[in-house]
Design a protein around this ligand. Sequence first.
Ligand code: F6R
Length: 608
Amino acid sequence: MCGIVCYVGRRQAKPILLDGLKQLEYRGYDSAGLAVADGQSVAYHRALGKIVELERKIGDIEINGTTGIAHTRWATHGEPSERNAHPHRDMDENVYVIHNGIIENFHILKRKLEKKGVRFRSETDTEVLAHLIAQNFEEDLEEAVRRTMGQVEGTFGLAVIHRKVPGRIVVARRGSPLILGLSKDGHFAASDVSAMVRHTNEVVHLQDNELATLTVEDFSISTAQAKHIERSIETVEWRAEDAELNGFPHFMLKEIFEQPETVENAMRGRLEPGEGVPKLGGIVPVWESLKECRHIVIVACGTSYYAGCVGMYVFEKLTEVDVEVELASEFRYRKLNFPANTFIIALSQSGETADTLAAIREAKRKGARLLGIVNVVGSSIARETEAGVYNHAGPEIGVASTKIFTSQLTILTLLALLLGRHQNLSLTEGVEAIRALQELPGQIRSVLAQANHIEAIAQKYYSANNWLFLGRKFNYPIAMEGALKLKEVSYIHAEGYAAGEMKHGPIALINPEMPTVALAPLDDMYEKMVSNIQEIKSRRGPVIAIATEGDERIKEMVDDVIEIPATLDYLNPILAVIPCQLLAYYCASFLNRDIDKPRNLAKSVTVE
Ligand code: F6R
């Protein structure tokens, strides 16, 4: 979704801002713009489309200035157009604002401003901010922003410059992430560390209802009530090269191939092989209550939700805990009764997904305890949960989530194993689990080694308009995730189904034009999956099986087989999802799709 990058310092702002915007491209956007101040005037440019359009528009225009703000917009109010792109200005062209989030009372504010003679140039909610700040400005820009914060309802991460206040940027947040970056050459602010990680690893997280003023030498943070805040500086572990393609054609493929390392990172320092018990330092603060817990609700969206669905089966296998999984977007509409000591586990790559945040806030109101499994350190979900476990998977740039899914499954398994070992799971089962977990990175490598074979299968079927994915138990959520991946990046229609449901409807679709991906590793669901495969074959539907290495029987039945190494039944999903990711990737590639930035999608969904 929208991205913010700002710089005030000793260097020219334009190249830093344009580069920062490019680092934010993965979030999904439809237009971009920037404003750079040189102490007297403000250079102001916007363009519809990609950052290259903005660069083309700027062309050789000389833009001098060491203070600037820049934005990528993902339309919510008003169509994608240059007119609606940020920054937005007040009528006197003094105030320039960029904004992520939604101003909910903008209609009322707009009407009031229009009555006072303000003429609006765009259809956006953001433009009210520019006019309000201009009206509230006397001498102090921070104070004008503070007053404006008191007038608006909704969510914002915003940044403002004023033509008459040189060398100063004011930023503020309520519900949309904003991070300050500190370097000896100046100060940054961005909605995402990837926009500034080339320049600095030293960051400060702004919290809700806080403002910050940045100058070349200094930064200061205060609350909406003007109380000064001291906040410690954190060092982010992401490196600039994490956000580069390193020879891969797309981030999605690079991230699929990173999975041996990211699964390893999810376990690093967390395994205790002799005892068969994982160590999870992040949950120590809640451990005394967690180990007694008998009811867990997992909340998440999209791919993270499907990871939660696998997690439910894993918890049921390894623990005595009752587990439910809820789509975060539906959670608030349920009337759930939480038994005492219920834990909510929020799964989120970004840690900023608005629905997931809203769900945990609602759960907290109802008295539940909160855990997070989050990739982005210091993100809102990481901060609003009592304890949790980080993925340590590095930035996920491809819009379609891949490496975080397998990392989430690994961490959920560690958590279930930890609880299970304090409940009914034997030492032998714990030791066996850890041994199998340790084998996963090597096994993932052997699945990835079949990339050419999987590409050839994709070539055979990419022109099919509809696909079906079937799985049972641990692999039922993998069927849904496989279908989601294919839809997202290739725009091919796909359905993920519990294989047992096929006879209750989807079987009507089976014909020689519709491929089915059957998740059929050797586990206690195998025979039932074989029956489903035969039902499809007898209706002349093509079948691609994801099956255990050496399963000769399935080869006789299906059109194509992708083999995964043998592992414990509850770890199969971590291996089985990888061929699904690769099938989606290669189909999208044959169809020439914009794989890392599929149409209409955004990386971090910060609106409900
Ligand atoms: C799918 C995808 C989305 C996200 C969902 C949740 O490939 O990326 O479905 O999984 O928007 O995002 P996070 O995990 O950041 O909360």
